[in-house]
Design a protein around this ligand. Structure first.
Ligand code: ACM
Ligand code: ZN
Length: 718
């Protein structure tokens, strides 16, 4: 009886092991016993696996031994040509550990699985021996050859060392393509020797740079760029980690940073300074200007010297074709070539750039809009981002397709309504990412054959507004959504359901990510209030903290709180560097008194003042930028008695379209404004002691570089 129980427990512990890896291997069998890696364990590897061996030594302080020596007590890395390039077999028994892969990538994937079987501390590179590994036999290979992550270093600069950290984090999750968005409206991030001004000027925005700040850090020159030698180092670093870097220079749109330095690339250029505080909003290369292709040739030639990837991504998204329509040269070219639309003119541009690419042995990759014109060559790789429908369309038309629809894989989207991020594609967390199912989305066998893989994405327009010198915001947006994306990309149809995956995530992977130093997002604590008792709970083993907003004090939540005012408490959980979003004990009661909103600036017809008056969550927008003395006035039809009033300019979570400097003024009689508070990031909050009849925002200088001001509805809290 006792023996049976012991056996059952052993089996249970083995079953548990089988659930802990992310992404989940195709076949895994665990046996009794553990192999102990100790200071006498020898690392044996064949010469072509030298980089993989050096990589492993960073995590395990083993004696090195080169090629193919036989030894007991060894950790052996070997290639096996009978396996597919990224396939591997990991065997752990009493003789030692063997990692066999079809090629370098296969062996590297096997090493990642081995790291996950070692104690979590391995990721902190504590290099402590002995270390135990459970006896096992794992056979595994990826569903998709392309398992990508896009990082937008153009909008928000990420220096080389921090980029390498993300390369490491990708490698731990068997993500093997880094799509590096190197140029966009807000920055140019790669040194081009023949045109040094591109990086030297375009690598910075604000201050004396011709590139205007658009999202944050308006008062400083900020940015950076990768030198050629630095980037070669990053490419090699990534390659040793089985990661190919695919560079992107986004053209013909999204090119404002370059155009700020070389305005002659634009259509029929005349300086445009009137309505935009000097910011020329045009960002599209002229298709008809022959010397543009000489500049592009220089850029592509140098990129080819830096990046070994077969592909260079040349953009093709969100092109404002109206700039071509008002250009006599582009109109003439369109007519001469018999082209029917702006989309076809874009195809012409792409085909010209593709010719340059092929001169340097490279192939083009583009965003899905480029499919629209109908003239794109079938060998072009298409990245489907706008929606699943666009991914299906690209595959249906015969293009090798990367599936990355915003509603599943744009990790710049919010993870819940109250958090930071964009919303245009969806608001979603890791659970939604894991639900991505290509077959259910309409990819039949024929279309599936054209799918090269999937790509998670982080565009960084607003990262710059979230302490971009730190990893915290980016970590929080990427993890654990990237863990779920890695399961989808690696496992395909055999991926786990959410419940099983989540067990693995919180049961094992939280510990690993903690040791990796990731400030990831935890699940949201559940908060309930009933009969005067406020309680909070979590389902992932993290610690709950509670903040009393009256005192600002935070403490560990131990037991339920007895209170009549649950709205005064904010809960959040933590686990190492990881944190959840905040949850209020009860949403504060919002008042919506009748208000009329007027301004010294006219409001746009599309976003009138009534948007702010109706508290609908929609914004009102002026038709021009603000200058010192401009104001926005909120007049209530009756005196308002409340706890706080907050009024603001600019988008939520984003310092854009706002008063950079100014004050909020308060009037109790609707005539004299007798109290004032300075604006902070375009907004201010005030706790009135008496009923209020009117409030207003007064600018003390220009608004930011946009040509309009966003006006929020007042937030009035009981
Ligand atoms: C994109 O998000 N414009 C590719
Ligand atoms: Zn033109």
């Amino acid at each position: 009886m006792k023996l049976k129980l012991l056996l059952a427990m052993l089996l249970a512990s083995q079953a548990l092991h089988a659930e802990t890896l992310i992404p989940q291997p195709a076949e895994q069998r665990y046996e009794h016993g553990k192999f102990v890696i100790n200071s006498r364990t020898t690392l044996v590897y064949s010469p072509e696996l030298r980089d993989a061996a050096i990589y492993l030594l960073d995590y395990l302080p083993l004696k090195r031994l080169s090629p193919n020596a036989s030894s007991n007590n060894s950790l052996r890395l070997a290639t096996d040509p009978s396996l597919a390039p990224e396939e591997y077999r990991l065997t752990v028994n009493s003789d030692g550990i063997v990692v066999q892969g079809g090629g370098y990538g296969g062996v590297f994937n096997g090493i990642q699985t081995l790291l996950q079987l070692l104690p979590d501390g391995i990721y902190a590179k504590n290099r402590r021996l002995p270390a135990e590994v459970v006896h096992c036999e794992i056979s595994d290979k990826p569903r998709f050859d392309y398992r990508g992550l896009l990082l937008d270093v153009a909008r928000t600069w990420i220096p080389a060392e921090r980029l390498k950290r993300y390369i490491d984090l990708m490698a731990y999750h068997k993500i093997n393509k880094l799509h590096l968005h190197l140029a966009d409206d807000e920055g140019w991030r790669i040194e081009i020797k023949s045109h040094p001004e591109l990086a030297q000027k375009g690598g910075f925005r604000g201050g004396d740079s011709p590139v205007h700040p658009r999202y944050a850090k308006f008062d400083e020159k900020w940015g950076g760029y990768y030198t050629r030698s630095q980037m070669r180092g990053i490419v090699a670093y990534a390659m040793a980690r089985n990661i190919e870097i695919i560079p992107e220079i986004d053209m013909p749109g999204h090119s404002r940073a370059l155009a700020a330095i070389h305005p002659e690339i634009l259509c029929g250029y005349t300086p445009d300074t009137s309505a935009t505080n000097g910011l020329d909003l045009r960002n599209v290369w002229c298709v008809a200007r022959e010397s543009n292709y000489e500049l592009i040739d220089d850029i592509i030639r140098e990129l080819s010297e830096i990046f070994p990837s077969k592909y260079i991504h040349i953009g093709g998204d969100e092109v404002d074709v109206s700039q071509w329509e008002s250009c006599p040269d582009c109109r003439r070219l369109k007519r001469e070539k018999g082209l029917q639309s702006g989309a076809q003119l874009e195809n012409l541009f792409i085909s010209r750039v593709s010719e340059i690419l092929s001169r340097y042995g490279k192939r083009p990759a583009v965003w899905n809009e480029a499919v629209k014109g109908g003239l794109l060559r079938r060998s072009t790789r298409v990245y489907g981002w706008q929606s699943m429908k666009h991914c299906l369309e690209a595959a249906d038309k015969g293009y090798p397709t990367i599936v990355m629809p915003g509603e599943y894989l744009y990790f710049d989207m919010k993870q819940s309504p109250s958090e930071a991020g964009h919303t245009w594609a969806a608001i979603f967390d890791a659970k939604k990412v894991l639900s991505l199912d290509l077959r259910k989305s309409g990819f039949d066998k024929r279309l599936m054959e054209r799918v090269e893989g999937i790509e998670a994405t982080f565009f960084s327009e607003i990262y710059i507004a979230h302490n971009p010198e730190s990893n915290d915001y980016l970590d929080y947006m990427l993890f654990p959504r990237l863990c779920a994306a890695s399961e989808v990309a690696w496992c395909g149809e055999r991926k786990r359901g959410w419940d099983e995956f989540y067990e693995s995530l919180k049961g094992s992977h939280y510990g690993r990510m903690n040791s990796m130093g990731i400030a990831f997002r935890l699940s949201t604590p559940k908060v309930t209030y009933a009969d005067g008792t406020l309680s909070a709970s979590v389902d992932d083993g993290s610690e709950i903290y509670v903040t009393d907003i009256r005192s600002g004090k935070s403490s560990r939540y131990i037991k339920p709180i007895t209170t009549d005012e649950p709205e005064n408490y904010i809960f959040a959980s933590r686990y190492g560097n990881a944190r959840s979003r905040d949850v209020a004990g009860r949403e504060r009661k919002r008042l919506k008194p009748e208000v009329s909103v007027t301004s010294s600036m006219p409001f746009s017809a599309k976003n009138p003042a009534s948007n702010a008056e109706s508290y609908s969550g929609r914004i009102a927008r002026t038709v021009r930028a603000a200058h010192a003395g401009d104001w926005i006035l909120y007049t209530f039809s009756e005196p308002v008695q409340c706890g706080t009033i907050e009024i603001g300019t600019g988008h939520l979570h984003l310092r854009r379209c706002l008063f950079l400097k100014g004050r909020m003024e308060i009037s109790y009689d609707g005539k004299a404004f007798t109290e004032s508070v300075p604006l902070h990031e375009g907004s201010a909050r005030f706790a009135p002691k008496r009923p209020v009849l009117a409030v207003r925002i007064v600018a003390e200088g220009n608004s930011d570089a946009e040509n309009n001001v966003v006006v929020q509805a007042p937030k009035i809290i009981k």
